[in-house]
Design a protein around this ligand. Structure first.
Ligand code: ATP
Ligand code: MG
Length: 243
C-alpha cells in the first residue's frame, strides 16, 4: 500500500478547475516526481495533500487512513511535512532558531528530544557553517537546505518538496538531489515538484505528469520521457538519460 494516495481529486477556483480528477500515489523509501508546465496545478495539489486547500471532489489517504477533511496540524502530526515554492523562513531568526521552532510541532508518536532532532537535521543537511547566521542573510542555496532541515526536524514520514532546487546553481542542485536520494534510502517518502528535469529524472523512481490540472502520465522516468503527450505538453525535446 502506498504511504500517500491522492484519489480522483478536483479543485475549483471560481470557474476554473485547477486540478481535475487527479490520482497519484507516493511510497515510503523513494522519491516520486510531480512535474508539469507552469500553472498545471502542482502546488495546488500539494495544498490539497497538506490540507491548505479543500478539494471539491476526491480523497487523500495517508498510511491507509482517509485524511481528506483533517486540518494541516493533524496531518503534520501524522508525519506529513512540506517545503514551500517561495522560501518561508523566519528572516529575523537564526538558522538554528528556525529549526528549533519547527521541531516543537507536536506529533502523535513519541519522538527524540528537540535538540537531538535538530542536531540530526543540521548534520544531514550540512548547516554547521551557517547555523548561527540570521536566515535573511544566507544564500538561496543555504536557505533551501534550511527549509529542508526545518521539515526534517519534525521527523516526517512523507515530505512534499515544492521546487526545492529553485534558485540553486547546478552543483548545489546536484548536491540537493543526492541529499533527497539519501533521505529516501533511509525510508522517507518524498513527493517532489521540480522544473529541473534532469534532477527529477535522476532521483525519482516514479513520476506523475500534470497538465491543465489532469494527470496525463505516470510511470518510471524512462516511460515518462518516452511518452508523446508528456513530450508535447512539457518536456519538448527528449532529455538525456542520467549516466
Ligand atoms: N488561490 C488561488 N485562487 C485562484 N486561482 C489559483 C489559486 N492558486 C492557484 N490558482 C490557479 O490554479 C492554477 C494552478 O496553479 P498552481 O500554482 O497549482 O500551478 P503550478 O503547477 O504549481 O505552477 P508553477 O509551476 O508555476 O508553480 C493556475 O491557473 C493558477 O493561476
Ligand atoms: Mg507551483
Amino acid at each position: 500500500m502506498p504511504l500517500l494516495e491522492v484519489a480522483d481529486v478536483s479543485v475549483r477556483f471560481g470557474g476554473h478547475m485547477a486540478v481535475e480528477a487527479a490520482t497519484l500515489s507516493a511510497d515510503a523509501g523513494s522519491v516520486t516526481g510531480l512535474i508539469g508546465p507552469n500553472g498545471a496545478g502542482k502546488t495546488t495539489l500539494f495544498n490539497v495533500i497538506c490540507g491548505l486547500v479543500s478539494p471539491v471532489h476526491g480523497r487523500v489517504r495517508f498510511d491507509g487512513d482517509d485524511i481528506t477533511g483533517t486540518s494541516t496540524h493533524q496531518r503534520a502530526r501524522r508525519g506529513l511535512a512540506r517545503t514551500f515554492q517561495r522560501l518561508e523562513l523566519f528572516g529575523s531568526l537564526t538558522v538554528l532558531e528556525n529549526l528549533q521552532v519547527a521541531a516543537e510541532i507536536p506529533r502523535r508518536e513519541r519522538r527524540a528530544p528537540v535538540a537531538t532532532r535538530v542536531d540530526a537535521a543540521v548534520e544531514q543537511c550540512g548547516l554547521g557553517p551557517f547555523l548561527h547566521r540570521r536566515a535573511d542573510v544566507i544564500t538561496t542555496g543555504q536557505a533551501r537546505l534550511v527549509e529542508l532541515a526545518r521539515a526534517l526536524v519534525t521527523e516526517p514520514r512523507m515530505l512534499l518538496a515544492d521546487e526545492p532546487a529553485s534558485g540553486l546553481d547546478s552543483s548545489e542542485t546536484e548536491h540537493f538531489g543526492d541529499l533527497l536520494a539519501r533521505l529516501a534510502a533511509d525510508g522517507l517518502g518524498v513527493l517532489l515538484v521540480e522544473h529541473d528535469v534532469s534532477l527529477v529524472m535522476k532521483v525519482c523512481s516514479r513520476i506523475s505528469v500534470l497538465d491543465y490540472g489532469k494527470v496525463i502520465a505516470t510511470g518510471t522516468p524512462a516511460e515518462v520521457r518516452a511518452d508523446q503527450r508528456v513530450v508535447q505538453a512539457y518536456l519538448g525535446v527528449p532529455v538525456e538519460a542520467p549516466t
